[in-house]
Design a protein around this ligand. Sequence first.
Ligand code: SAM
Length: 190
Amino acid sequence: MDFYDEEKNVESYVQTAEGYDGRELVDVLKKHLSPGSTVLELGMGPGKDVALLAEAFAATGSDRSEAFLRRYCRDHPDADVLLLDAVTLETERRFDAIYSNKVLHHLRVEELRKSLRLQAARVNGNGLVLHSFWYGEGTEEHHGLRFTYYTDASLTAVIGPEFDKVACARYTEIDEGDSLWILLRRSCSV
Ligand SMILES: C[S@@+](CC[C@H](N)C(=O)[O-])C[C@H]1O[C@@H](n2cnc3c(N)ncnc32)[C@H](O)[C@@H]1O
């Protein structure tokens, strides 16, 4: 069983994440994506960012954890959400952009590479993807959850030919410069 399949871990995450959201990341996306565009969020967790995304875009939430989805749908029965693993992305739907906030660091590097390849196939035209990570180097495991840290260089090395890098920047979530976001545009050449 995955860490976030357990209700007690979901509730504990909700409390830990109190006071944090991805407004800064959503604002980056707003600068590059037209209002009303369709956006899929991967690993929505408690769903704060999907609500922020919905202020400007047609937002769809998703998560691999049914416990997180159940919790969100209890309060938002009409929400557009999908049970979706970021590694396999098994959906026929296409979006103008794909977004995640502190999700893809749980993947192995080769899984991240595969996820990005599949994301390229699930965005429309020269669609965008925006993802955030913890900044740093190496991989740690806590409670069976993997945490892989990235720098601009190590993250750029994972990106295949299907995407062009638009921008990458460090930002602060808890400690100064502890986080990194990257914005990619699907390449015209593939
Ligand atoms: C650290 S929480 C972040 C939640 C939310 N994005 C936020 O900013 O609060 C990680 C989330 O990613 C989800 N997750 C982890 N691995 C995943 C995967 N392979 N596919 C989809 N979601 C995944 C977890 O269920 C959890 O909701």
